[in-house]
Write a protein that binds this ligand. Structure first.
Ligand code: PLP
Length: 470
């Protein structure tokens, strides 16, 4: 591509992008590709001579696109939203155009300052304590890892940082329902998987504080050192919410770091009526949430809030000669706020989203999503062939098909067939979880532009597929 053709192709591409969004419902929501389908169609070796963009784009359309699941389809109801939006896409285009490496303030002052601004904008809106600060990271997994390493360093007075891991006695805690990124963080920080204690949950699948305290006390008696608790505000399966206030008291009593994983549900903190989800947050040490899930900002974009930035920086700071600057100490150099040195300009797309939607616009969309989920839950309750498996939370409804004649394992099988039939249709995409051992369908309603009629259509599809199985 030269200068002239870049301009021409870029114009065509933008038209293609707008058409793609206009027509997104004509694509199967879940890709129909089978293992090997994509790679089989592509040459084994890269081209020796450059090819025309036209040819590359034709292959994108005919080979790559059919192998993509349409996460931006309003009929996407699987996993969790990983939504995007028009302003977010435009912001991402500019980020790629600028191609800046935003590792320190000097390498792009605006990137560092916009990041700081947005962290501060969101704080009061989301009821995060005023004395906390934060940064934007790639994923919740990275932020949780940063939290766990910071907790480990603080607990061992930075001895592991200096001398390596000579202490295998640290203990970490989360509920049996929390996300696998916690397991991964414990693996990576070298504490050993056996040192992550999975605490029992109540009937709402939230952690039992009494069980947590009993586990901490037992560990102390057995010679272990409790280091950190990860509480979930919105588990991945059912959006269960751990009681931060009570857990915070326990953590403070035993001098344990409390990290709050609000990766998915954290966006609902933009609504004042959901601030109670993090009641007691001032007792915690850190919180993570993903604008790249439910806040209309395309992947990746993770907000990591921390009570004491000094702990974080002391944990990660490394200062090679080439990164020493005269502004050090007067500006925010985010390179030491987590694992990666290199940083993308992620704040730009989030800034575009917030300015384009406005806070009211974001709140309106979130409330709409939640109201659609309530409508869907009501349909399930009123239909004798279906049942809610657990009380719906925010924009996730956990439900299943039921029939009095079938035993539990047959119901599991029936529901697995149902979800297969729905997803094979290409008209909607749902995924499952297990709730108290029951195979459960999850209806997640969070795609940016989803409307009530999409939910009505998917509900009809689910009933039709269920009727064929009955
Ligand atoms: N925590 C929770 C509660 C999640 O739902 C998820 C994603 O499913 C994660 C963490 C991991 O998020 P990320 O992909 O940003 O690491």
């Amino acid at each position: 591509l030269d200068k002239k053709s870049f301009r021409e192709e870029a114009h065509k591409l933008v038209d293609w992008m707008a058409d793609f969004y206009d027509n997104i419902e004509t694509y199967p929501v879940k890709s129909k590709a089978r293992p090997g389908d994509v790679i089989r169609q592509l040459p084994k070796n890269p081209p020796i001579k450059g090819e025309s963009f036209d040819q590359v784009f034709k292959d994108f359309e005919s080979i790559i696109l059919p192998g993509m699941t349409q996460w931006q389809s309003p009929n996407f109801h699987a996993y969790f939203p990983a939504n995007s939006s028009y302003p977010s896409v435009l912001g991402e285009m500019l980020t790629a155009t600028l191609g800046a490496q935003c590792m320190i303030w000097e390498t792009s002052p605006a990137a560092a300052e916009l990041e700081e601004l947005i962290i501060n904008w969101l704080k009061p809106l989301m009821n995060i304590p005023a004395n906390w600060t934060g940064c934007i990271q790639d994923t919740a997994s990275t932020a949780t890892l940063a939290a766990m390493i910071s907790a480990r360093e603080q607990k061992t007075n930075w001895s592991i940082n200096q001398n390596g891991f000579d202490n295998q006695k640290l203990r970490f805690y989360c509920s049996s329902e929390t996300h696998s990124s916690i397991d991964k963080a414990i693996k990576v920080l070298g504490a050993g998987a056996a040192h992550l204690v999975k605490v029992d949950v109540d009937e709402h699948l939230a952690i039992l504080p009494a069980a947590l305290e009993a586990a901490i006390e037992k560990d102390i008696k057995d010679g272990f050192t409790p280091c950190a608790v990860v509480a979930a505000v919105g588990t991945t399966g059912t959006l269960a919410i751990d009681p931060i206030d009570t857990i915070g008291d326990i953590c403070n009593k035993y001098d344990v770091w409390l990290h709050v994983d609000a990766a998915y549900a954290g966006t609902a903190l933009m609504l004042p009526e959901y601030h109670s989800m993090i009641k007691g947050i001032e007792k915690a040490h850190s919180l993570v949430f993903n604008p790249h899930k439910w806040m209309f900002t395309n992947f990746d974009c993770t907000v990591y809030y921390i009570k004491d930035e000094g702990t974080l920086i002391k944990t990660f700071e490394i200062l090679p000669e080439y990164l020493k600057t005269s502004t050090r100490g007067h500006v925010k150099d985010y390179r030491d706020w987590g694992v990666p040195l290199g940083r993308r300009f992620r704040a730009l797309k989030l800034w575009f989203v917030i300015r384009d939607f406005g806070i009211e616009g974001i709140q309106t969309r979130l409330r709409e999503h939640i109201s659609y989920a309530q409508w869907f839950a009501n349909q399930v309750v009123e239909n004798e062939n279906f049942e809610l498996v657990i009380e719906p939370a925010l924009n996730v409804v956990c439900f299943r098909m039921t029939t009095p004649e079938k035993a539990e394992d047959q119901l599991d099988q029936l529901n697995a067939e149902l979800i297969g039939a729905i997803n094979d249709s290409g008209e909607a995409y749902l995924t499952h979880t297990k709730v108290n051992g029951k195979y459960t369908l999850r209806m997640v309603i969070g795609q940016t532009y989803v409307q009530k009629h999409h939910i009505e259509k998917t509900w009809r599809l689910i009933q039709n597929k269920a009727n064929l199985l009955n």
